[in-house]
Design a protein around this ligand. Structure first.
Ligand code: FAD
Length: 401
């Protein structure tokens, strides 16, 4: 980090707008390969304000984000999920003997990524809000008020604000359809919780168009939140806490530590994620799982693909949109099919009326379906492999008979 005098102009190879996980990871990878990468982040402290439940797989942490599993950002480890039907009367548990996901403190995780970016040689300018990004000859000019960065490549990593989407010819997701408002509270003093399990609450009366969650961060501490295809979401959260038959008595008297709001993206990557000297990574490119809105794993994949595409295009001396379209081939090869399947699954799940969901949870309790699910499910690759098809078939048949 460095202090800049007023109205400085900086030259960089790549300007990265946004110092979240996607931007910081990309900047680290580029800096490690010898690029001058400059990150512009609007906040004074990275990771603040938090906007995440912090549930990631060990694979995401270690392999995709390149961080150790033992960092101070890890708060808890879970090995399964309890899913509650809309009435709360039925509960299905999916579990495995080993750790399936870890719960992280997002601000600390983002700061760990900042540390890696800085030690790799990336430059990170905090308190620099990008106001405009425009083309100037064959360069980009990224205007952050007292600083302007001039670079042949610009990357939008600014989350669901979609600063560059239109410039590359993509349409940002529509609010309440592809982009859902979300709210989450951190509570201390939650009773009757098993810290090994996350909890999922289904039903249109609790979280229309999506679901509500409880992520344990300790024995009696949890993040409870929801996203929905209806606004406002804060009254929905209050209603969930006050009325849900499986939750209300357990949270009565719990202390509220922090309330946050955000946007959960569920429509998958934008129709175009690259342009002339420009790429979109992380939430800015729609890189989240359409089923759950989880974006850390897929966003990290997008950053890795972007770093590789920039390196190859640079080595060819061709940063045109045609040359950078390699980016899409790379991320598609890694997660394209999976995301397309999740998108389809979301389209189906979104339309299911509560009585069908109620019944489906009952079916999930049946041993053959549960065993199939437990042996095939994976938080990152949720719908991979033949077993996923077998689960879907078993579910469908049970619902039809
Ligand atoms: C309530 C909620 C719960 C979630 N839970 C999970 C979860 O459990 N697991 C999971 O994997 N994902 C989860 N997600 C999604 C996850 O938080 C995002 O996918 C992830 O943060 C995306 O990272 P990113 O780097 O692309 O964007 P961000 O984390 O949004 O980072 C973007 C950065 O850009 C900065 N910025 C924005 N505009 C500008 C500007 N004009 N100039 C400079 N800087 C700018 C912002 O300050 C921010 O630091 C959740 C999301 C929400 C809303």
């Amino acid at each position: 980090m460095r202090v800049l005098s007023r109205c400085s102009q900086l030259a960089a190879d790549v300007a990265v707008v946004g110092g979240g996980p996607a931007g910081l990871l990309l900047a680290s990878l580029l800096a490690e390969s010898g690029f001058k990468a400059v990150v512009l982040e609007e906040h004074r402290v990275v990771g603040e304000p938090p906007h995440c439940a912090g549930l990631v797989t060990p694979r995401c942490l270690r392999w995709a984000l390149g961080l150790p599993l033992s960092g101070e950002y890890v708060q808890n480890a879970v090995r399964g999920a309890r899913v509650y039907s809309p009435s709360g009367a039925t509960e299905a548990t999916v579990e495995r003997p080993s750790v399936q996901a870890v719960v992280v403190d997002r601000p600390l995780l983002d700061r760990a990524l900042l540390g890696v970016a800085l030690s790799s040689g990336a430059e990170v300018l905090l308190r620099h809000r990008v106001r405009a990004i425009r083309r100037a000859g064959n360069q980009w000019l990224v205007d952050a008020g007292d600083v302007a960065v001039r670079s042949p490549v610009v990357v939008d990593a600014a989350g669901p604000r979609f600063l560059l989407a239109r410039a590359v010819g993509a349409r940002p997701p529509r609010m309440l359809r592809g982009a859902l408002p979300a709210v989450q509270v951190e509570l201390e003093g939650v009773r009757g919780m098993d810290p090994d399990f996350v909890e999922i609450y289904l039903g249109s009366r609790w979280a229309p168009g999506f679901f509500a969650w409880l992520i344990p961060t300790g024995d009696r501490e949890a993040r409870i939140g929801l996203a929905a295809s209806r606004k406002p979401v804060l009254p929905l959260l209050k209603h969930l806490l006050a009325r849900h038959p499986r939750l209300r008595s357990r949270v009565a008297g719990a202390r509220e530590r922090r309330l946050l709001a955000g946007v959960v993206l569920v429509s998958g990557p934008l129709s175009r994620t690259w342009g002339n000297g420009a790429l979109l990574v992380g939430d800015a490119g729609g890189f989240t799982k359409p089923t759950t809105g989880g974006g850390l794993f897929v966003g990290a994949i997008s950053s890795r693909a972007a770093a590789r595409a920039i390196e190859l295009a640079w080595s060819r001396g061709d940063l045109s949109s045609r040359s950078l379209s390699l980016y899409e081939s790379l991320w598609r090869a890694a997660v394209g099919r999976e995301l397309a399947k999740m998108r389809l699954a979301r389209a189906v799940l979104r339309c299911l009326p509560d009585p069908v969901v109620e019944e489906a949870i009952g079916v999930l309790r049946s041993r053959p379906v549960r065993e199939l699910l437990e042996s095939s499910s994976d938080v990152d690759y949720q719908l991979s492999g033949v077993r996923a098809a077998a689960v879907a078939r078993a579910l469908a048949l049970s619902l039809l008979t």
